[in-house]
Design a protein around this ligand. Sequence first.
Ligand SMILES: *Cc1c(COP(=O)(O)O)cnc(C)c1O
Length: 411
Amino acid sequence: MEKQLFNEQLALEGGEKTVQTTFSWPIFDETEVQAVAEIVRSGRWGNPDCGEFVEAFEQEFAAYCGTKYAVSCVNGSVSLRLALMACGVRPGDEVIVPPYTFIATASTVLEVNCVPVFVDIDPDTYNLDPKAVEAAITERTKVIIPVHFAGLACDMDAILDIARRHNLRVIEDAAHAHGAEYKGRKLGSIGDVGSFSFQSSKNLTSGEGGIVVTNDDELYRMMASLRNVGRLDGHQWYDHFNPGCNYRITQLQAVLLSHQLKRLEEQTVLRNRNGRYLTELLSEIEGITPLSQTPDDVRHCYHLYIFKYNAPAFSGLSRKDFVARLAAEGVPCSTGYPHPLYKQPLFQNRNFLCYAIPETVDYSTVDCPVAERACRDEAVWIFQHAMLGSRDDMQAFADAIRKIQRIVTQS
Ligand SMILES: *Cc1c(COP(=O)(O)O)cnc(C)c1O
């Protein structure tokens, strides 16, 4: 397969791109356009009493996840906040979170005046390491937030076991994990609450949006009330019982989500098949280590396809320069988070504003070496919409990496 070694040129330096496909997202057709247009014509845009399309989508999403309830809201940060509030956390309580995730997983903990406790990830999965979780529990710990990072299930048996023994709540941050599964169950449906985002980049999107799912009657009632300015079903519009806000979505978002949800299963199957194939291909390349292949009872939905990059196999080419070359070859990719979350100025400088975080909390000494390594040296992400490509596209991703390797190790 070695071809044209002499005049082969990187796309970054004017050569031909290895990957010719253009990957687009979101994916929609006239069905979505018509559905939104009909709502616009009806004038029923908002949801004074939540709206029939909002309720319909909530029921569809709960059914898809296999839960009793779903409560939609404005985004996947607010959904975490609703879940935390409903779990009854008190100021100063500790919430265990991974440091390798989007800021919302930890910043929503601050928003309820609780203390994010960062626990390192497992080097094979980039998900919370259950042994490290157990070691971080104190008498102040109230909640664990496992993030199913990239769409790969956390070790939920181990996490639920820890939670049961220590009487903790489990909120699954499933913002990457629509349609992914663990032992036959949809992610988000396993802990006390599952939280999802419908922001533009996510595997199910309406531009912005979020949702929580649960089987617990009490948690459901509280989250529905907090989402709707503290109102309760069966009471008057201007009666407020709980300290919520208006976090409701519009009918336009809900109808888009209903149609997008119909596409999710097929898209998830495709990303999963492509991800498994890409792992086979990339495992053959020196210096490229895909995160471990998932067991058969786990369905990865590849919100991100992640592999570890080892610069010495590429003549010391920095990861940043490698990713710039790979992107130029036509692979939608990134180096991901620049730092573990605790390194953000928010935490290092204690910019907590009005939040009641105890003075003794000090993030300057936190060190999670696996997350540090992932951020600094190792991780390369390929985005979910590229995982909707063909089998040939996956082959082309691998070819693009081999091309870069050939060129940089020759010069
Ligand atoms: C996107 C994301 C969120 C928050 O979602 P928004 O809808 O952007 O507020 C939370 N957690 C993780 C892991 C995410 O990737």
